[in-house]
Design a protein around this ligand. Structure first.
Ligand code: AQP
Length: 343
């Protein structure tokens, strides 16, 4: 049985990369015959300091983006991580399974901690272990994410494998199959698995980039979208007629990839229409397409955010349904590890 899990951090400035690399694909996964869980990962968000006066709004904004994009909270389980205690509980057990050497290789920690590593939170370091717990508390088989999460997904697989191996005798003694935790499949792909900054085609589009012109925010209106696309960095050559011609042209590759993802097409299909075109022409078409797809999404997000009670009710309902799946897994894990537990 397929079970899909993924999450987005409520750290503000949700952008086109989060949408094309993750949220749009969450919606597509609903069409498969699988239970999907989509989580606003607030425990992850506080690995970097978040203003308590802003955090609730940020959590509701991500929830609104999920719903506005087409995630149906009756079919999928939409919730925020801190309402389901099993994530943090399982993360502790996994802290005792994961090895320091594995975490020392994580490039996202190195990027986010920067030069002042001694001053980074322990949570930022242990972030990928909590992510493994998010996924494995539901024994999820498939995780749609952007390219930047590939290494963390590999760590999840390593933790699942080591747990299955370290506790194989106890897993069997408690009547479970030898693969208690599944070896989760990352679902990374499509033309926008890694959307780059509009100002620098070698840097990922990111919430924390100080330049607002580097990203299209999901709440940007039509004028802002148009202005940012028109200002986006390009090179002087016209577009090539095939995707192979984009290599070594990161900015052109990025804009064509964004166009393709918005249009549900491939880069080659886009270039069969725009090969040989100047950027002035292509950007005009991209503005039109981006406004057509994103402006209604942003408007619907704003409408939903205006009714926080509705969003909070969706999250509470989702948390109860998520906990109903995670609690029996945690009970089984405690038995396997050898804890005494009530009832
Ligand atoms: N640029 C991107 N292209 C494609 N996918 C992306 N994702 C993020 N950036 C891009 C995917 O969005 C999902 C949620 O990401 P996240 O909220 O967990 O955090 P992040 O990856 O740390 O996002 P940012 O925007 O890059 O934030 P900062 O600036 O804090 O580093 C994930 O599936 C992610 O892959």
């Amino acid at each position: 049985n397929e079970l899909v899990f993924s999450g987005v951090q409520p750290t503000g400035n949700l952008h086109l990369g989060n949408y094309l690399g993750a949220i749009k694909r969450f919606v597509e996964m609903q069409a498969r015959d699988a239970q999907c869980l989509y989580c606003v990962v607030d425990l992850h968000a506080i690995t970097l300091w978040q203003d308590p006066a802003e955090l609730k709004g940020q959590i509701r904004e991500v929830t609104a983006a999920f719903l506005a994009a087409g995630i149906d909270p009756a079919r999928s389980i939409v919730f925020n991580q801190s309402q389901v205690p099993q994530h943090a509980e399982l993360a502790w057990i996994f802290n005792c399974v994961a090895r320091l050497g594995w975490l020392n290789r994580m490039t996202q920690f190195k990027d986010k901690a920067g030069k002042d590593r001694e001053n980074a939170s322990v949570g930022l370091y242990a972030y990928p272990v909590l992510m493994a717990a998010d996924i494995l508390a539901y024994r999820a088989t498939h995780v749609p994410v952007g390219e930047d999460q590939k290494q963390h997904l590999e760590l999840t697989r390593d933790i699942a494998g080591k747990f299955n191996n370290d506790f194989s005798g106890s897993i069997a003694a408690h009547g479970h199959g030898e693969d208690f935790f599944p070896i989760t499949e990352p679902l990374i792909g499509g033309p926008a698995a890694r959307v780059m900054s509009l100002r620098d085609g070698t840097k990922k589009m990111s919430k924390s980039d100080p330049s607002d012109n580097s990203r299209i925010n999901l709440t940007d209106d039509a004028d802002a979208i148009a202005q940012k696309v028109r200002k986006a960095k390009t090179d002087p050559e016209p577009l090539p007629s095939e995707a192979a011609g984009l290599s070594g042209r990161p900015e052109a590759d990025n804009l064509v990839g964004i166009f393709a993802a918005l249009k549900d097409a491939t880069r080659d299909e886009v270039l069969s229409d725009y090969g040989g075109a100047q950027f002035s022409v292509f950007k005009g078409a991209l503005v039109e397409l981006a406004v057509e797809k994103l402006a209604p999404l942003g408007a619907e997000m704003k409408r939903l955010i205006a009714d926080p009670a509705h969003i909070d009710a969706v999250l509470a309902d989702g948390a109860a349904r998520a906990e109903a799946i995670a609690a029996p897994t945690l009970d089984a894990v405690k038995d396997i590890v050898g804890f005494v537990r009530k009832g």
